[in-house]
Design a binder for this molecule. Structure first.
Ligand SMILES: C[S@@+](CC[C@H](N)C(=O)[O-])C[C@H]1O[C@@H](n2cnc3c(N)ncnc32)[C@H](O)[C@@H]1O
Length: 288
């Protein structure tokens, strides 16, 4: 069995109690701490016939306290990267992203705090909320009491896609607000520095009352959702702040929305890859 506790690349080996807490938090949120060479996932087929067969078999097995599961091989790298092979990780993890992205988020929040870059932290597209739980955890570890974490989602999954080359469907990845709040509670991190914003981005973001951001993370999977978040939130990002995009390298529609926005506003800050999916840049000037 491989060693799942290898130090991850972006940060030095944790030494202080704060660093050790954040290290453990990352390994819990991704479930890398509990990783095994084979993971068992409930079967959730897309085709109607297979769904019906699955339902029937489940009904037969339930009285016997048996369950039908899909066994998949798992590897250390599945927990480090944020590839769509997240399926080969534990299915109950609170975030889809891997350890590299959590490391980068920790480094980004630590950096804006050290440099006194003004503003809050925001994630648009939170699913089960794991990344935002982590953002709050980093603020706690840094004893940073002024900044808030904005947790922005429909809490009912994706809207009907308008432009989509991937095959998303309305409602995909729907997780309720209650479930996300419960996940914060589970880690003891729900308090008045966490603001939940529920609804479609185009309706909520313009009126949410966000004043200034030091870290903006966009993880919305769709062209138009990414575009809406950029239009509403990028102007609020302080110079010296981090713009982080989960799907730049793996979803062509998201990349296009981001490239178009950069072109339209003459943004030339270098794009830095985080893992096989995500990138970031540091905002160097206010928008023209
Ligand atoms: C890939 S998931 C986010 C994953 C999460 N950041 C994590 O760390 O695991 C995408 C999320 O974006 C949300 N979303 C996408 N477009 C949206 C929109 N227009 N309005 C509100 N929520 C949206 C979905 O509800 C879903 O929860």
């Amino acid at each position: 069995m491989k060693n799942y506790l290898l130090p991850i690349q972006a940060l030095p080996v944790p030494q202080t109690s704060e660093e050790l807490y954040l290290d453990l938090l990352k390994r819990c949120l991704t479930r890398s701490l509990f990783a095994k060479p084979v993971v068992r996932h409930t079967i959730n087929p897309r085709s109607l016939h297979l769904r019906m067969a699955n339902k029937f078999i489940r009904a037969v097995l339930r009285p016997l306290n048996l369950e039908l599961v899909h066994c998949r091989r798992s590897d250390t790298s599945d927990y480090i990267e944020s590839t769509h092979e997240a399926r080969t990780r534990h299915e109950d993890a609170e975030t889809m992203v891997g350890l590299k992205q959590l490391d980068q988020m920790q480094a980004a929040i630590t950096d804006v705090t050290k440099r006194n870059v003004p503003g809050d932290l925001l994630e648009a597209g939170v699913w089960r909320g794991g990344m935002t739980v982590f953002m709050r955890g980093v603020l706690k570890a840094l004893n940073e009491r002024r900044r808030k974490v904005w947790v922005v989602d429909s809490f009912e999954g994706l809207p009907e896609p308008q432009i989509d080359s991937f095959g998303w469907r309305k409602g995909d990845m729907g997780v309720s607000l209650d479930e996300v709040k419960e996940n914060f509670d589970r880690y003891g991190l729900r308090d008045d520095q966490v603001v939940f914003v529920q609804g479609w981005f185009d309706q909520t973001l313009p009126v949410a009352g966000i004043e200034k951001l030091a870290v903006l993370r966009v993880d919305a999977d769709l062209y138009e959702s990414t575009q809406i978040v950029l239009n509403n939130c990028y102007p609020l990002l302080s110079v010296g702040g981090y713009a982080i995009f989960d799907d730049y390298l793996n979803l062509a529609d998201c990349r296009r929305a981001i490239d178009e926005y950069r072109l339209e506003h003459g943004i030339r800050d270098p794009i830095i890859p985080i893992d096989k999916r995500a990138v970031y840049w540091i905002k160097s000037e206010t928008l023209s």
